[in-house]
Design a protein. Structure first.
Length: 146
């Protein structure tokens, strides 16, 4: 019975590693496309547009600095069952809670749903279960249970 439970847990860890890898690729492609398509912040004189563009650029830069590396490290590390992979995946998935809360509130108040919300909302919703599952499975990574 315990062996079956361990095999099931290992299977879910690999699924999460795959999801995190896909998320990293989506983040990279989304922000590369956005940075190519978005106008420069200084191209508009309207202060509200400048603030909106600055916020969008800020999220993109933060994703490149934090989300993408954590998702990649988490994906590879979960696959190999390393402690650093577990930590990176936990951090990457909890980042969705903050960033998507900001984006959803912005979208609701502006009566507009952004492409990023549509693309990343499934990952954000999954991140609640993923974070819970990773926390419950911490002994696999921290105690080197194989």
């Amino acid at each position: 019975m315990k062996n079956r439970s361990t095999n099931n847990r290992t299977r879910w860890i690999k699924v999460i590693a795959f999801i995190n890898g896909i998320a990293a690729i989506f983040h990279l492609l989304f922000w590369i496309a956005a940075f190519i398509k978005l106008p420069a912040i200084t191209s508009t004189k309207n202060i509200a547009d400048q603030i909106n563009l600055s916020t969008t650029y800020g999220f993109g830069i933060a994703d490149f600095l934090w989300s993408v590396p954590l998702l990649i490290i988490g994906s590879i590390g979960l696959w190999k069952k390393t402690g650093i992979g577990w930590l990176a995946a936990l951090l990457a998935n909890s980042l969705y809670w903050y960033s998507l809360t900001v984006v959803i509130i912005r979208d609701l108040f502006s009566n507009s749903i952004s492409p990023g919300t549509i693309l990343f909302l499934p990952f954000a919703l999954a991140s609640f279960w993923i974070s819970y599952f990773l926390w419950k499975s911490r002994s696999v990574f921290l105690n080197k249970e194989k």
